[in-house]
Write a protein that binds this ligand. Structure first.
Ligand code: 8X3
Length: 260
């Protein structure tokens, strides 16, 4: 499916993987609706993306875990763009890792659950109702993670792992429920990507961040953007239902080839 002229709504757009996917979409000629919490970062990103581009770029500052603001923002975006062809659920985070579950604060648990679970569901609910169910066509691409399915998990990350497993279950269930429509639901599962996600995950502790990445070459955000574009560019009758994209050194979730 050519992305040229398609309207794509992307959450978590202003940093890391989201920012790279936004760039790739604009390069492919798609119009983009950028959602993220930071109005400043969105304004800067819009300016960056607009240089030399002939596509429509709009943004909304939204917390995806707040249904009312999601719904309002989706509704007004649909009005402004005339529809949404593709939703990319990408906003997500891990907090306080590694930390035994009982040591997490309730607020850390709530923030992760809210963004990683409610956020994906609220966005899909709203985009389906305000846009995709009108013509019963579209694509929902959930950026999940290899952590959702692989065992053993990283110790000290129970909530994040549970959230990612939930996203997988939701992706599969929603795909089935949308039977009889031309709406496809896909999962892209990154492994270890060097972005701000990992810095936030360890509370911006530089030593822990460096140790995690020691002795192997992680992915970078453009690797994931390229995979997302590949999945979206398939014709509508072709679903790349799920794709795991990991650094070659990440043999499985917790097994890395490291050179010391
Ligand atoms: C994060 C994937 O491998 O960096 O979702 O833990 S990994």
């Amino acid at each position: 499916m050519a992305l040229q002229g398609k309207n794509v709504l992307l959450t978590g757009a202003s940093m890391g993987i989201g920012e790279e996917i936004s760039k790739s979409l604009v390069e492919a000629g798609a119009n983009v609706v950028l959602f993220s919490r930071s109005e400043n970062k969105l304004a800067q990103l819009k300016e960056k993306l607009s240089t030399g581009a002939h596509v429509k770029i709009i943004y909304r500052a939204v917390d995806v875990g707040d249904f009312d603001s999601v719904d309002k923002a989706v509704q007004s975006s649909v009005q402004e763009m005339g529809g949404i062809d593709i939703l990319i659920n990408n906003a997500g985070l891990a907090l306080g890792a590694p930390n035994a579950f009982h040591n997490l604060t309730p607020s850390q648990i709530l923030t992760m659950n809210n963004t990683n679970i409610n956020g994906y569901m609220f966005m899909a609910h709203s985009v389906l109702n305000h846009a995709m169910m009108k013509n019963k066509t579209g694509t929902i691409l959930n950026i999940t993670s290899i952590t959702g399915l692989e065992v053993p998990p990283f110790p000290g990350e129970s909530v994040y792992h549970a959230n990612k497993a939930c996203q997988e279950a939701f992706t599969n269930a929603l795909r089935n429920e949308l039977s009889g429509t031309d709406i496809r639901v896909l999962a892209l599962r990154p492994g270890c990507v060097a972005t701000n996600f990992h810095s936030q995950r360890v509370g911006h502790d530089q030593k822990m961040y460096n140790e995690f990445f020691e002795g192997f070459e992680p992915l970078i955000a453009p690797d994931i953007a390229q995979a997302a574009i590949y999945m979206l560019q398939q014709p509508l009758n072709v679903s790349v239902k799920a794709m795991d994209v990991v650094p070659s050194a990440q043999r499985s979730l917790t097994v890395f080839d490291r050179t010391w």
